[in-house]
Design a binder for this molecule. Structure first.
Ligand code: ADP
Ligand code: ASP
Ligand code: MG
Length: 458
């Protein structure tokens, strides 16, 4: 069994769906496959924008019509009459629900959590029937499945957490009834809580849906089909000299994803690393290219620096005259939310916490709630970036020395420097002002990654 996940750009245009059908057909010819699909590129952003305008009393005009047009787009007439009708019949109820939800938000003037999840889920719920129709038009026997019937989540923290044991039970029950040689096409990004309510798993989390399903099904492998030929030495969109890395291990890749390499959602690898299920990252646009294979194998490496990534971070400084109890209460709030700290530094009566900027709003809220009856000052700093250099095995300590020297050559002040050391990975990280992050990434890629690759090639 293989799990194939296709991201937003891979399903956005009809010509890409042609490639997708070719890739899925070839995989199906070799064995059973489950396909996981994201919303069409840009649709989740549109839905977030729609919620914001609805909350201000102005639900967007014509959104449902525009989404309907995009999802029925078929310039070459591939979908025959009956298939096209079936597709319309599947997407129209979701579009009507979307309009009703947005009208409700406009009436209320606020966005209840459950409504936000359902509005955002519409992207994947529209995208799956479109892919199913495309596969059928290629003679492939496909059937859509809503992720809420498979993934069970707990939604009591900053990011909903998948309950792996319950998910496994549900997947086995649901799929034993469904799977009879069909290609199952599952909405990524979605799960349900214990009451069956739709919960979205966080931006970019269709990758996570794929690996959770792989773990639940003991799959032989996961293929993440996207718009780049694998994981690169830096984000190829911004660093023209970035090169694809052909083999990585789980720890190295998870570190890159944790520090902002958007090619994988930060939590993607945990479910498969436990079971040693290999993951490959491939380009839907150029399926003949080899991509990157991620396994547990420790690669013998020549280069000392493998890759650079960066992520926006925020810092909270907490202080109190006595200092008593601040740390334990703040860390309890962090624990409750399930957010991941990059650093937690204590001094006599201060505590400083650094984390991804996209998790800072929820932590701020939780800290204020936790400290509401305590004489504690909470100061938040934004506009910071963590630039991370992922070393080849055990070279992290020497990189930690080189990192500030390289930034110093550029005249970029280093606000903080640390080694993020985990069981399976080590990363050298510098925290700098966000306005320097582009320059720093380009330079570190050149000075550390390319230079170390060139030294070894010489
Ligand atoms: P999808 O819609 O398929 O999920 P994403 O946009 O989420 O695709 O992720 C792919 C993007 O990740 C690439 O277009 C690239 O700009 C970005 N990216 C960031 N860092 C890296 C990296 N180190 N290697 C490859 N891609 C990266
Ligand atoms: N559609 C969702 C998002 O844009 C999930 C995903 O693409 O993985 O965040
Ligand atoms: Mg993605």
């Amino acid at each position: 069994m293989k799990i194939l996940k296709f991201g937003g750009t891979s399903v956005a245009r009809p010509e890409r769906l042609e490639k997708l059908a070719g890739i899925v057909g070839a995989a199906r010819a070799k064995g059973p496959v489950v396909v996981v699909i994201s919303a069409l590129g840009g649709v989740t952003d549109q839905l977030i924008g729609a919620l914001q305008s609805a909350a201000c009393g102005e639900p967007p005009v014509g959104l449902a019509r525009e989404l309907r047009r995009r999802h029925l787009e078929d310039p070459s007439g591939r979908l025959e009459g009956a298939e096209r009708k079936r597709l319309q019949a599947e997407i129209d109820p979701w579009l009507r629900e979307l309009e009703r939800l947005l009208d409700g938000v406009a009436l209320l003037g606020e966005v209840p959590d459950g409504v936000r999840h359902r509005v955002l889920a519409t992207g994947e719920r529209l995208s799956v029937p479109r892919v199913v129709s495309w596969l059928r038009s290629h003679g492939l026997d496909a059937q859509g499945v809503d992720g809420t019937s498979l993934l069970r989540v707990r939604d009591d923290g900053a990011e909903p957490e998948v309950d792996v044991r319950r998910t496994r039970q549900q997947v086995l029950e649901a799929l034993s009834g469904l799977y009879d040689g069909k290609i199952l096409v599952v909405t990524g990004f979605l799960g349900a809580d214990e009451k069956g309510r739709t919960v979205t798993l966080g931006r970019g989390a269709s990758d996570l849906s794929a690996t959770v399903l792989a773990a639940a099904l003991d799959a032989d492998g996961v293929e993440i089909w996207t718009d780049t030929d694998g994981v690169f030495t830096a984000d190829p969109r911004y660093v023209a000299e970035a090169q694809p890395l052909r083999r990585l291990n789980y720890g190295e890749t998870a570190a890159l994803a944790r520090y902002g390499a958007k090619v994988l959602h930060p939590r993607t690898l945990a479910p498969v690393a436990r079971n040693r299920i290999p993951v490959s990252i491939r380009s839907t646009f150029q399926p003949a290219l080899p991509g990157t294979v991620i396994t547990e194998v420790e690669e013998p490496r020549e280069a000392s620096a493998l890759a650079v990534s960066r992520v926006a971070v925020s810092r909270f400084e907490l202080g109190s005259a006595s200092g008593v109890g601040v740390s334990s209460r703040a860390l309890a709030a962090v624990e409750r939310l399930g957010v991941e700290l990059f650093t937690a530094r204590h001094s006599s009566c201060r505590l400083s916490l650094t984390l991804r900027a996209d998790e800072a709003d929820s932590l701020e809220w939780e800290l204020k709630r936790e400290m509401r009856d305590a004489p504690v000052s909470i100061h938040r700093l934004d506009d910071l970036s963590a630039v991370a250099v992922v070393p080849a095995r055990m070279a992290a300590a020497s990189l930690l020395g080189e990192l500030p020297k390289a930034l110093d050559r550029l005249g970029i002040p280093v606000d903080d420097l640390y080694l993020d050391s985990r069981e399976d990975s080590q990363v050298a990280v510098a925290v700098i002002e966000a306005k320097h992050a582009d320059r720093a990434t380009l330079f570190l890629h050149e000075a550390l990654v390319r230079a170390s690759a060139a030294r070894n090639a010489a």
